[in-house]
Ligand binder design. Structure first.
Ligand code: ADP
Length: 201
């Protein structure tokens, strides 16, 4: 028996909050794949696939890939066998249309979302950390302005989505400041309290 089978989660969090690391841990704990639309697009661009060629200019510009294309991609990915028993989606849905599409897709399989994990961190603290890291790594292109801009874009774009999930009582806010272990522990505890946890590891 796999008690965690069927866990369907989203993870959202600001740039620099360690979302990728936490996503990998959750995936491992729950035995579900992390599906990152950004990673899929980047891989397709690197491999120069048909999809990659279609989206390269858009992604390079930092714009959103059109919903139809993104939705189709997610549908195909979620239909693969490893996602039948659950998933952790990262970077999708990002627009209200994508939320509606995902709802329909899950409903057509008799599934629902179980929770939306939101890593919460003070933007000023993240800007301070990211600026320090950029200077230590000598990344002059990563100016404080650029870093600040990305935090602003994140906040602006995610607010409407977070509102939708809060109304559905799916939103689980996790304090994202602290060590990777501390944050991971908070996520495990939050999932367990919702009956979504893995073992009491
Ligand atoms: P970030 O670089 O902000 O962390 P991601 O790695 O999630 O973003 O995605 C990288 C790029 O891929 C985005 O800037 C966008 O062009 C495209 N992309 C990823 N997910 C989506 C989505 N759900 N809808 C539209 N475009 C997306």
């Amino acid at each position: 028996m796999t008690p965690q089978s069927g866990v369907r989660l989203l993870i959202v969090g600001p740039p620099g909050a360690g979302k990728g690391t936490q996503a990998a841990r959750i995936s491992e704990q729950l035995g579900v794949p992390t599906i990152s639309t950004g990673d899929i697009f980047r891989r397709n661009i690197a491999e120069q696939t048909e999809l990659g060629k279609q989206v390269k200019a858009i992604v390079d510009n930092g714009d959103y890939v059109p919903d139809e294309l993104t939705n189709e991609l997610v549908k195909d990915r979620l239909e693969q066998a490893d996602a039948h028993g659950g998933f952790l989606l990262d970077g999708y849905p990002r627009t209200p249309d994508q939320v509606a599409y995902l709802d329909g897709l899950l409903a057509s399989h008799g599934h629902v979302l179980d929770a939306v994990l939101q890593l919460v961190a003070d933007p000023e603290e993240l800007i301070r950390r990211l600026t320090l890291r950029a200077s230590q790594e000598g990344r002059a292109d990563d100016s404080e302005d650029a870093i600040r801009h990305r935090q602003e874009v994140y906040l602006r774009e995610t607010q409407p989505l977070l509102r939708i999930f809060r109304e559905r009582e799916l939103l689980v806010e996790i304090d994202g400041l602290g060590s990777m272990d501390e944050v991971a522990h908070r996520i495990s505890a939050a999932l367990s309290s919702r009956g979504l946890g893995a073992s009491a590891a």
